[in-house]
Design a protein around this ligand. Sequence first.
Ligand code: SAM
Ligand code: DTB
Ligand code: SF4
Length: 332
Amino acid sequence: MNAVDSSLRRADPAVVRSDWTRAEIRGLFELPFAELMFQAQSLHRRFFDPTKVQISTLLSIKTGGCPEDCAYCPQSARYDTGLKASKLLDRETILTAAREALESGATRFCMGAAWRAPKDRDIAELCGVIEEVKRLGLETCMTLGMLTAPQAQKLKGAGLDYYNHNLDTSPEFYAQVITTRTWRDRLDTLAHVRGAGMSVCCGGIVGMGEQVEDRVGMIHALATLPTHPESVPINLLVQVEGTPLMGEARVHPIDFARAVAVARVAMPRSMVRLSAGREDMSDETQALCFLAGANSIFSGDRLLTTPNPGGDRDAALLARLGMKSDGQAGTR
Ligand code: SAM
Ligand code: DTB
Ligand code: SF4
C-alpha cells in the first residue's frame, strides 16, 4: 500500500455519510446494474483490497427453544422444525471449536445463542469464555439477543470485539416478521453495544417476501445509524421446513447482488458479509456478490443450525477467484 493509496482510505465525509435519504438509497437500487456495480467496485477499492476476504466461523453455543417468534428462524420454540434444543455449551466444548476455527484460517469466532436476552449469570459465564477465546488470538463476536447497557459493558470488559444484532428488514415490514420484540428494542441494544465501545455487526435478511422498498428501508436504516456498523451481514433467507417463511418466493441472484452493492455504496468503509444462504448459491452468484463489494463470509459446513458450504468448496472458489483470507499474507 503506497502513500497515495493509504490517504484514500481516510474517511471522506462526502463518501462515508450517515445522512442518506431514503430517496437516495432507492435511487441506488434503481440504477442500471452496470452503473451500480461500478459505483460499488470503485468504493470497495477505495477502502479495501478487493482480493481479500475476512473469514469468520460461527458456533451455536445455545441452540433452539427460543421464546421469540422471528418468522425466519428454525430456533424459535413456536415452530416445529425438528431442531433439538440444547443448553449453553460448556467452556471446553466452545474452546475446542475455537481452536478448530483458528486452524481452518478464521480470524473471528462468532458465538450465537438462541435467547431473547441473556441472563446476568450467562453474561458472567460468557465473560470467561471471551477471555479464553481471545487468548487463542481470535477476534470475538457474540449474538445473544437484547442486551442492557451494563451487560454490554461487562462483555466489553472481558474483551468482546463485536456484537451482532440485526435490524433484519425495514421498519415497515418488521412487524410482519417479528412481534415479540420491537424495532425500538433493537435500536436500544445497538446503542448499548456502541455505548460500551464494542464494534457493531448489524445487517438483515433478503428473501422474506419483502418488497424492494423494504430492502431500501433496511439499508437506509443501517446507513443512517449514528455510526455505520463495522460489519454488515446480508443474509439470504435460509428456508427451513416448519417456519412461517418456508416456501417464500426465491430472490433472483441479481436482485440479491443489488442489495449487496447498495450496502457497499451506502456504507463504504464497513465489511459487508455475504452471510446465510451461500449453501444454495452458485459459485457465479457468490462471485457476483464479491464483485458487488462483499468482503467477508462465514466458513465451515454449518452456520448456527443450517448448512453452509464446507471449507473445501470455499477454498476452491476463493482460489478460482484469486482471493485470499485477510489472515493470509502476500497479496497485491
Ligand atoms: N437470538 C439472537 C438474536 O436474534 O439476536 C441471536 C441469534 S439470531 C439466529 C441472529 C440472526 O440470524 C437473526 O437476526 C437473523 O438475521 C439471522 N437468521 C436467523 N435465521 C435465519 C435464516 N433462516 N435465514 C437467514 N438468516 C437467519
Ligand atoms: C447473521 O446475520 N447471520 C448469522 C449470524 N448473524 C449469527 C446467522 C445466520 C443463521 C442462519 C440460520 C441458522 O443457521 O440457524
Ligand atoms: Fe430467537 Fe434469535 Fe431465532 Fe429470533 S432469530 S427466534 S431471537 S434465536
